[in-house]
Design a protein around this ligand. Structure first.
Ligand code: FEO
Length: 407
């Protein structure tokens, strides 16, 4: 756990976590940071206190002491969001200090009661304030369904700091550099990639709510954005706001000038057509990400499709339906409400078709509204005329995706 000063009377404690499945699902290749913030006036508040997945609150207490905060002197615990990555230490904290007050939205209060039996809670609404003394005044601004329904922003007026919780966060462990002005160009790229992974894996389902949260942030005067995960933005907070606007567009079908090939093959027939697709993309100078299912993690698959303007689905018929690992991937993308992508499907069949029918069922059931060029199916191995049709399909896709590109 690392301790950093954000401003006078405001500190961050940040902890890197790796080798976990985030939410019990997402295999996050580069881990994640968990950030807590301490605001000290005459009273002391901790925002989104975290203990990490080691489940050792003593680590948090020791670090608080090292920045001059006795855990026993914490008056308020601000729960911006009840999910246990931000609140999992509450019951333990009650054991060493019983009279602190939790500050949260009404929805968080209900979840806190059901998870931890908490009832010493001050419920806040839009614009409510908490004066900690010495000029530190916190105000609270619900942003429901920025992940869970209970989420709120906390804003510190004197320093114009927005404690944004999951909003404006990113996966990826932080090294020595935790502020935007310290990041190297490589680290900036890293956190952009990890921001996309985070948004697509965890938040994309709630994109309409995230757009509202962006609008709310735009109404605030902000000098610092201090999220629950990832770097703190103090030089250019507008950068992460703009990134989140762009990520919201990716959820609605826009993407970078790149193609994701989402593919699977039983006995190598569809794979022959994928080889042909790769050669065409190389010839056309288009960046592509080739993801073989089920070998690729869902985290990487969702992030890659999410950020790409064009998607090529290469999958055969399997037992009268779409090759199951690719069908499962598409269902997950549907659950994440990744809509409006420009797409092209190709695939082999043996004794009967059926993949195409299931593809359209998945699209309709999840209201994905992907914009397909005509599919190419072939019996057994692709013949020359099939590969010619594949080439035509790829070129049409590249044309179609041009209007979707947002870098
Ligand atoms: Fe940071 Fe919704 O968890």
């Amino acid at each position: 756990m690392k301790k950093l000063k954000i401003a006078d009377g405001i500190h961050m404690l940040t902890m890197n976590v790796k080798d976990i499945l985030f939410e019990g699902i997402w295999k996050i290749a580069n881990g994640v940071t968990l950030n807590s913030y301490i605001v000290q006036g005459e009273k002391t508040a901790i925002i989104d206190g975290v203990i990490g997945w080691d489940g050792v609150p003593e680590t948090l207490y020791r670090n608080l002491e090292e920045i001059g905060v006795e855990p026993q002197n914490i008056d308020y615990l601000i729960v911006n969001h009840m999910e246990p990555d931000h609140s999992g230490w509450i019951s333990n904290f009650r054991k060493i200090k019983d009279d602190f007050k939790i500050v949260c939205t009404d929805k968080a209060a209900r979840i806190l009661a059901s998870f931890y039996g908490e009832d010493k809670i001050k419920i806040v609404k839009e614009g409510d304030t908490l004066d900690l003394g010495k000029g530190k005044i916190l105000s609270f601004h619900p942003v429901p369904n920025v992940h869970w329904p209970d989420t709120m922003y906390t804003y510190e007026k004197g320093t114009k700091t927005l404690f944004s919780c999951d909003m404006f966060g990113a996966f990826g462990r932080m090294g020595e550099h935790c502020f935007d002005d310290e990041l190297t160009p490589e680290e900036i790229d890293f956190f952009e990639v990890e921001g996309i992974r985070y948004f697509s894996n965890v938040m994309a389902t709630f994109t309409p709510s995230l757009k509202k949260a962006v609008e709310k942030a735009k109404t605030m005067e902000i000098n610092i954005i201090a999220p629950g995960h990832g770097p703190v933005y103090r030089k250019n907070p507008q950068k992460i706001i703009d990134d989140y606007v762009r990520f919201s567009q990716y959820a609605d079908g826009a993407g970078k000038n790149e193609v994701t090939i989402l593919w699977g093959s039983m006995y190598g027939m569809t794979a022959k057509a994928v080889d042909c697709v790769e050669k065409i993309l190389q010839r056309e100078g288009v960046k592509y990400n080739k993801l073989e299912m089920p070998l690729e993690s869902e985290s990487t698959m969702v992030a890659s499709v999410f950020k790409s303007a064009g998607i090529i689905i290469a999958a055969p018929t399997y037992e009268y339906k779409l090759f199951p690992p690719v069908a499962a991937a598409l269902n997950e993308l549907g659950r994440k409400k990744i809509t409006g992508k420009a797409a092209f499907r190709l695939g082999s069949f043996g004794w009967s078709g059926g993949a195409e029918k299931e593809l359209h069922e998945i699209m309709e059931r999840n209201r994905m509204n992907w914009d397909f060029v005509e599919s190419v199916e072939f019996e057994g191995a692709p013949k020359e005329e099939d590969l010619n049709k594949v080439e035509a399909g790829v070129l049409k896709l590249l044309e179609k995706m041009k209007e979707k590109i947002v870098e």
